[in-house]
Write a protein that binds this ligand. Sequence first.
Ligand code: OXD
Ligand code: MN
Length: 583
Amino acid sequence: MTSQLPALNQWVEEIAELTQPDHIHWCDGSDAENAKLIEQMLADGSLLKLNESTHPGSYLHRSHPDDVARVEHLTFVCTTERDDAGPNNHWMAPDEARAKMRALFTGCMKGRTLYVVPYCMGPIDSPLSRCGVEITDSPYVVANMRIMTRMGQAALARIEREGQFVKGLHSTGDLNPERRFIMHFPESLEIQSFGSGYGGNALLGKKCHALRIASHQARSEGWLAEHMLILGIENPQGKKHYIAAAFPSACGKTNLAMLIPPEGYVRDGWKITTIGDDICWMRPGADGRLYAINPEAGFFGVAPGTSAKSNPNALASIQRNTIFTNVAVTDDNQPWWEGLDKRVPVTDWKGNPFNAEAGTPAAHPNSRFTVSAKQCPSYAPEAEAPAGVPISAIVFGGRRASLVPLVFEARDWTHGVLIGAAMGSETTAAATGAVGVMRRDPMAMKPFCGYNFADYFAHWLSFDKAGAKLPKIFHVNWFRKGDDGDFLWPGFGDNMRVLEWMLKRVAGSVGSQETPIGHLPNPADINLDGLALNDEAMQKLFDYDRQGWAAEFASIGEYLEEYGPRMPEALKAEQQRICGQLN
Ligand code: OXD
Ligand code: MN
């Protein structure tokens, strides 16, 4: 098969000549094609069948033990000018990067099949969607892309119609971390990824296209590509609002997107529905509001910690037709991970007998499930709407054990952009490197923005113009700890209480305490019924520490300075204004 688009055929031919595969397969996305790929992966051992009666149609993939997470130090943005990538990215000159990758890709698919994977990020018929083609030699990648994107025939038809697509080239190579690079060429809409089979490095539609390339494209086309979940929240009167929320990787986006409200809320008729759990593309509509789509079609969620208590919707979603990666296995061949339940697995994520005494986790801390969004009980039909959904509130949130209160609201858009730009969070297992180290992660985009953060903040500021009806901006911290080291806020379903307060603020029905860091809630305006919060919790969750924040704002100022003269004056002025109020 070939396509009706000469540019696509020519590119596939060029890559085939370079990589020298034994076969070329154009993916149509059909069930029959998927069944064949699965059969082949079962035969070569790259997939293992899980218990068919408890988890029908589900499989386990064990990755190379050195290939379990994103590799930020090996991820490059290759713009012509170094400054266009910014201090937030690793940069390599495009020619140098191309030469390096050409050497790695030469002959790398000998003995393998080259798969051509046409995909669409977003509903097939949405003007907000964008398409790409990934060439890969990994059947595991094909099977995951089929779940995570609209992949196959319909995407190819749109690509042929539009004539434009992001070119993604991927090979697992020999999985040698010394020969692993994830290169982005945003100016020519290209991605080249070599030496890893891990989701964020290899499913090129996700982080590489939908965030790094798309953020760059969005800047020139007047929209935003963000690391945000999108949820719908319906009140007892049947009125629906949509909230987009940015949190760093492995900080609970999937849990928040699928939240089940506390009992009293359910009884009163509140409902949360899920549009997306990781990525949000937003564009101003004719009425001045921001309209959002989820460019993905599935969830690539973190397994550890997912349970009937923390996320019943996710757990229900992954009972069938799910690909698990690097989880442990029970004696009756069910997938298992830390936090799921009290059972003890027999096999760890590497396939070795599990020794509970050894003190190491059975499932890898970044083990994952890949599943179609359509299997999620809370999935909203509007997620398929070509026009997207109007956003009423944007939420930024980090993992902060100290200082940062439960929730506060920005005074205006500029202040909100500063709150996003100043986001800090403790690192997690979603990327290789130390865990638990506090770093600035503006808008949760540190690993994903395809251009200079200074320009990115300026782009965010540019949405505040005549006729715009922008969402309110909030900051939350579910992870504040008490003196004993325990979390002070119950989190999970109880986060509904904070979402409800945000909607009251959107409606203008409650006041707030005006402070230099923003509007803090009057605790009486947040429904805390049924929660037993002690004095320490009330104080730390709802108050702010002026001295601590003065130090925080000094450090935010130093951070903004790292970007030099490209940093928008308006943002620096906002930081200085708040510093002045705190000191
Ligand atoms: C993800 C990540 O996989 O952010 O979503 O790492
Ligand atoms: Mn993510």
